[in-house]
Design a protein around this ligand. Structure first.
Ligand code: NAP
Length: 446
């Protein structure tokens, strides 16, 4: 009796669902509700976040159509800047408007009914309508529910169905993931993903599999055939993983590297999460790079990812590197004592993305440039071996706010986790996972 009301997925937020999440499930068209699923009743138009989300889906070849029970004016205003297929007063869970949208999706996306899903926040309208039409249903919690008695009563009736869903989910078989690279034995990714899985209630396995460049193509295919839902690629595989990805996210396309692979029915979806991981690590600490003057040291692979992501976020960048070279869209100037001190004088965020200070590598011979940073400046180091580099220790002693490299490592893993599971772990889960990773480093040092 419950089956017609049970969603296939119950996830925290529509906007956390990345293109790869849908593509992996063979979904090529989404029939979406509007109110409380994408925006609140108060948002007449798509928010910037919704717009970005819709454009990312569009770029990945996924169609979105709106089927709403709200009135024509509301739907027309919301859809005005988008021009998507949209129906108002749809009388969900009735089938008429849904069937019309399914036909439109099949034509526009050249897809089958199996490749269409419903996305909504209500079980008795959205999920039930999907099930009556033979579609998969993704349920999300309402963004901001109305407080009227009717809505509250509906939510009360939904509770036993959600309990049933959670029970079934707890019994489901674990999903399989891995990290590939060489060397790989010391990778923190298995601990990171298992911890996130435990804290988010997702049953998963995650292995580290030593894989050289010449083995990558074969390994990717073998993991896909074995039913793996995703894998990370680290050194020295990031460029080859890009070449073997049949579809790529924007960051991967721009940097030509891939660290997160999602097997699809036909091929692989590749993306890179390093830059986003760095930006989210700053955000976790309440640091918004928008409009900030950032001095970025380094122009290697990690610096390029960070540079790209910071430019997208609207930061103003000055890149300094040992040798003059291009760092993505920015030409890196030569790093000298004088250029570094001059750049630091009006810097809001200093990002250390060279290998200086890393265990076994050369370190800064002189840290006096830190004294020229303004008192409000934040100092972030990408190096996480050791966790507290000499740069961070010096900056801390000067009373500056610091962010160590483990935060970026954590948040690039969280971004992969979100691609695969459709869940962006909250601040508390991120902090707990950081503590677990930090402890593993401390245990290793004992
Ligand atoms: P990479 O591509 O090899 O680049 C190394 C960078 O360091 C280049 O800019 C290089 O300058 C510079 N460099 C090396 N030795 C130097 C020295 N003696 N003096 C001044 N500059 C020097 O490496 P990467 O992948 O970008 O990694 C850089 C660092 O970031 C590593 O420590 C890595 O562990 C860390 N990282 C951390 C994360 C994280 O999640 N926290 C992720 C990725 C990387 P030239 O261009 O002149 O050679």
């Amino acid at each position: 009796m419950f089956s017609k009301f049970l969603p296939d997925y119950y996830l925290p937020s529509s906007l956390d669902l990345c293109p790869a999440f849908f593509l992996q499930k063979g979904i090529r068209a989404i029939i979406s509700d509007i109110d409380n699923t994408l925006v609140t009743y108060d948002d007449a138009e798509p928010t910037d976040a919704v717009y970005t989300w819709l454009k990312a889906l569009e770029r990945a070849g996924i169609c979105v159509l709106f089927v709403s029970n709200n009135n024509h004016e509301r739907v027309a205003t919301f859809n005005a800047s988008l021009g998507y297929y949209a129906t108002a007063k749809s009388h969900k869970p009735g089938k008429k408007a849904m069937e019309a949208a399914i036909s439109a999706a099949m034509k526009r996306c050249a897809c089958t009914r199996d490749e269409i899903c419903m996305l909504g926040d209500q079980i008795f309208t959205d999920v039930y309508a999907a099930k009556k039409c033979g579609l998969r249903a993704i349920l999300v919690p309402p963004i901001r529910d109305k407080r009227d008695p009717f809505t509250r009563f509906k939510r009360l009736l939904e509770r036993p169905i959600l309990r049933k869903f959670r029970k079934l989910q707890a019994k489901s078989a674990p999903l399989h993931f891995a990290v590939l690279g060489d060397p790989i034995a010391h990778s923190r990714s298995p601990l990171l993903h298992k911890t996130l899985g435990d804290l988010c209630g997702i049953s998963l396995t995650y292995e580290a599999i030593r894989t050289g460049q010449d083995e990558l193509a074969h390994r990717m295919q073998a993991l896909k055939e074995a039913g793996y839902c995703g894998f990370n690629c680290t050194m020295p595989l990031k460029t080859d993983a890009f070449l073997f990805s049949t579809k790529t996210g924007e960051a991967a396309q721009s940097l030509q590297t891939v660290n997160t692979v999602t097997p699809l029915q036909n091929g692989f979806f590749g993306d890179t999460t390093d830059g986003l991981g760095f930006v989210n690590a700053l955000r976790h600490h309440g640091v918004d790079p928008k409009g900030k003057k950032v001095v970025l040291l380094g122009a290697g692979g990690a610096a390029r990812s960070v540079c790209d992501a910071l430019l997208i976020e609207g930061a103003e960048l000055c890149v300094l590197n040992r040798t003059q070279k291009q760092c993505g869209a920015v030409l890196a100037q030569v790093l000298t004592d004088a250029s570094l001190k001059a750049a630091c004088a009006d810097c809001d965020i200093l990002v250390q993305a060279t290998s200086l200070g890393m265990e076994g590598q050369a370190d800064f011979s002189d840290l006096s440039f830190v004294d020229t940073l303004p008192a409000h400046a934040v100092v972030a180091d990408l190096v996480y071996h050791p966790l507290e580099t000499s740069l961070l220790a010096y900056a801390k002693a000067r009373g500056l706010f610091t962010v160590d490299g483990l935060w970026m490592l954590l948040f690039q893993g969280i971004a992969s986790f979100t691609i695969w599971h459709g869940i962006a772990p909250n601040k508390e889960i991120a902090s707990k996972t950081y503590d677990v990773l930090r402890q593993s480093f401390e245990d290793e040092r004992k």
